[in-house]
Design a protein around this ligand. Structure first.
Ligand code: ATP
Ligand code: MG
Length: 396
């Protein structure tokens, strides 16, 4: 099946998309990766998402406009891949869209909202679209995250002797842990780049949005007192499964934790990088992970990667690329796989990883031009006949 998978993550900087041929035989999925695109969001979209995110107030008009604009952008990217790799005839597009709110209370996810109206993607490509991929797992009692656990579990398999982990260093850090015998588990660890990105954006008045190549954090010195204050957050003490997002780790959160401390910009970045390293290291230690396969933009920050090697000398660190999947294409490939499973009626969430009551078939389906049919009719109706078989009085 010809599939396009797409996502913009919590860092809301770019649409990551892949074109992939997927097939399933003898319970093995084969993914033939054909192309990967990373297309930066237009400034109007990036600014729009930034304005929309908590703790900012927004209007339903802004949400509706951005939903459309992001839908247009995803549609354009899906169209490019379909044209280039499938002669314009992609079968299925799975779009994660952009998370704008992930509602977690008392350790439970109660709702989650991804925008980027999929109708535009269906109109542009003619394909069947799978969107809104997290809600069903939330409705089944799960966190709707980390969905990457699906790809992690399938790729890593079980090592007979030791525990393996798969780490994503995105805006948020999340890990999937696969042991020799137990059910796999997964959870969001905390902020990977979220707080660093926020700090750089704040310190540079929007001129820069991230600590490129870890230069600032490498120059700075860790402020142990601030690090302690940052680590003293109840989220890290909660047990898995758990999820979090940018509605929690935002600028107001950072400023509150800073209090009236005076700290140089580079030192703040060094401290936030160390926060990421320490929270990841604690999760890895808690589950006795021996091999850790990494992905996400944070793998391109040497301060983070060197920090992890230093803090976890007993752990073999490498990239998820070891399994043939380039780390930058991992999440888009995940959503392609979810789309493929969904249109085939197969589950795409692993309950032990998301905390759901059961594995569910994910997403909402927007029909493509070749929609699923159960009727022989070639033409639509021209009139409606009603037989009223209800009792005379309609129950209220
Ligand atoms: N060269 C680089 N140097 C330092 N940091 C980088 C570099 N490239 C990417 N990053 C970091 O990675 C972040 C983007 O990572 P990624 O695309 O994995 O996040 P995301 O998918 O949006 O987040 P999530 O997975 O939580 O949804 C950037 O915001 C930046 O902080
Ligand atoms: Mg990501």
């Amino acid at each position: 099946m010809k599939v396009v998978g797409m996502i913009s993550g919590t860092s809301f900087n770019a649409i990551e998309a892949v074109a992939v041929e997927l097939s399933l035989e003898d319970r093995v999925v084969t993914a033939d990766l054909l192309g990967h695109l990373s297309i930066e969001y237009a400034p109007a979209i990036r600014d729009g998402v930034a304005r929309l995110l908590p703790p900012n107030a927004t209007t339903i008009e802004e949400v509706a406009r951005l939903d459309t604009m992001i839908g247009h952008s995803f549609a354009e990217v899906a169209g490019l891949l379909s044209d280039q790799y499938f002669d314009g005839a992609v079968d299925v597009v799975c779009s994660h869209g952009q998370t704008v709110f992930h509602w977690v209370e008392d350790g439970h996810a109660l709702g989650t909202l991804q925008i980027g109206q999929p109708a535009w993607i269906a109109e542009r490509t003619g394909a069947t679209i799978v969107a809104d991929v997290r809600s069903r797992d939330v409705a089944a009692g799960g966190h709707g995250a980390p969905l990457a656990s699906l790809v992690d579990v399938l790729l890593l398999g079980r090592h007979p002797d030791h525990v393996r982990g798969s780490l994503n260093l995105g805006g948020i850090s999340n890990i999937t842990v696969v042991g020799p015998t137990n059910d796999p588990i997964a959870f969001d660890i905390g902020s990977a780049n979220a707080l660093m990105d926020i700090a750089v954006t704040w310190l540079t008045n929007d001129a820069e949005t991230f600590d490129r190549d870890g230069e600032r954090s490498a120059r700075g010195r860790v402020d142990e007192d601030l690090l302690k204050a940052l680590l003293d957050d109840p989220y890290y003490r909660e047990s898995a499964p758990k999820s979090t997002g940018k509605e929690y780790f935002h600028l107001a959160y950072l400023r509150e934790r800073l209090g009236d401390r005076e700290i140089a910009g580079d030192d703040l970045l060094a401290t936030l990088a160390e926060l990421t390293v320490e929270t990841v290291a604690r999760a890895v230690e808690e589950y006795g992970v021996r091999e850790l396969f990494c992905a996400g933009g944070g793998t391109r920050n040497p301060t983070l990667m060197k920090g992890l090697s230093r803090r976890l000398p007993q752990v073999a660190l490498s990239l998820i690329d070891d399994f043939g999947l380039p780390e930058a294409a991992k999440e888009a490939t995940l959503f392609a796989l979810i789309g493929f499973l969904t249109v085939n009626g197969l589950t795409g969430a692993i309950a032990s990883c998301t905390g759901a009551r059961r594995d569910t078939v994910l997403g909402s389906i927007v029909p493509g031009r070749q929609s699923v049919r159960s009727l022989e009719a070639d033409e639509g109706p021209t009139s409606l006949v009603v037989h009223n078989s209800m009792a005379a009085k309609v129950a209220t």
